[in-house]
Design a protein. Structure first.
Length: 323
């Protein structure tokens, strides 16, 4: 069995043991000696084998200077292990806010690492079980934000699962790591369908006015939201370095547009949710008062970012909450 396979087998045993004692963290976690594990790397095992051969040669030939060199290199290796441990000890980790994304995008999980010690921490790597990782350093007595990008493949709630923080600083002879898992989740909206027309069904208000497509009057600009159509991007504002903004148009007040599950063209559930997500974005961009009707759920007509987020949230969790 090679050194790499031995190290992998030991890490699997440590992982299984750590999983049995794993706790979910809702606030912050501080890494202590009870949660930091160390094993020699492949280079470390090779270095240890070289030291053993050197020691046997020193004994066989009675080399005094050879003893000095062997024990000096051995002491250096032990100090390397100590520094690998100290590079992670007493780090405080806190999970931050995660913005919702659309399916197919990457969820940006934010973490804050704080180093209260007097020594900086180098060559730290945060990664999940799928191999998505982020590398960073932490200055002495400071904190740094770290973002871990995880692809959001499907709608619903996305969790990072168990995360691993590891380092092989300073010489790469030892691999020190720690596990932690936060209860932070990212809400993943359905991927909006291609731009199209809104449904024709419009409910009349008491005043008799109704909302139409909402393209009559320009009502201003708002910040770009993922899924907005390219046709509504304010390119002139972007050229003036005012950021990515989207044009808004006002509609006649008093009408209510219902985005109904039954109005969606035939297709499977995911396709219908994708079309409804597009309708929500278009209705909000056009300044309409709109409501959402799903089987077993109804959101009354409103307008604004809160209504848009509530509708997209309902679409993201449709059929999943009970499961």
């Amino acid at each position: 069995m090679t050194g790499t396979s031995v190290r992998a087998a030991l890490q699997q045993r440590f992982a299984a043991w750590g999983a049995r004692r794993q706790r979910y963290h809702s606030g912050s976690v501080t890494l202590t000696q009870r949660s930091i594990y160390i094993l020699p790397t492949r280079h470390g095992l090779g270095f240890g084998l070289v030291l053993l051969v050197m020691l046997l040669g020193d004994i066989n030939y009675s080399l005094s200077l050879g003893y000095v060199l062997t024990f000096l290199l051995g002491t250096m290796a032990l100090m390397s292990m100590l520094h690998a441990f100290r590079n992670m000890a007493q780090l405080e980790v806190r999970a931050g806010h995660v913005e919702p994304v659309f399916a197919g995008d990457s969820a940006q999980f934010a973490f804050h690492f704080h180093n209260s010690g007097r020594l900086p921490r180098y060559r730290l790597t945060l990664h999940d079980a799928a191999g998505h990782h982020s590398e960073f350093d932490i200055p002495a007595q400071q904190g740094v934000p770290v973002t871990l990008a995880v692809p959001a493949v499907r709608r619903g709630r996305l969790a990072t699962g168990r995360l691993t923080l590891h380092t092989e600083f300073p010489l790469g002879l030892f691999h020190a790591w720690s596990y932690f898992e936060f209860d932070t989740q990212c809400l993943v909206y359905p991927r909006p369908a291609a731009p199209g027309t809104l449904p024709a069904g419009v409910a009349m208000s008491g005043s008799g006015a109704s909302s139409t497509a909402g393209d009559e009057d320009f009502a201003g600009l708002r910040s770009y939201v993922g899924g907005d159509t390219l046709q509504r991007i304010a390119w002139k504002a972007l050229a003036r370095e005012q950021g990515l903004q989207v044009k808004q148009f006002s509609a006649l007040q008093g009408g209510e547009l219902w985005l109904d599950w039954q109005l969606v063209p035939a297709g499977d559930a995911e396709q219908k949710l994708s079309i409804l997500a597009r309708w929500v974005l278009d209705a909000e961009a056009q300044g309409l008062h709109y409501g959402l009707h799903l089987p077993g759920q109804e959101l009354p007509p409103q307008h604004g970012a809160a209504q848009r987020d509530a509708c997209l949230r309902a679409l993201a969790l449709f059929g999943l909450e009970a499961a």
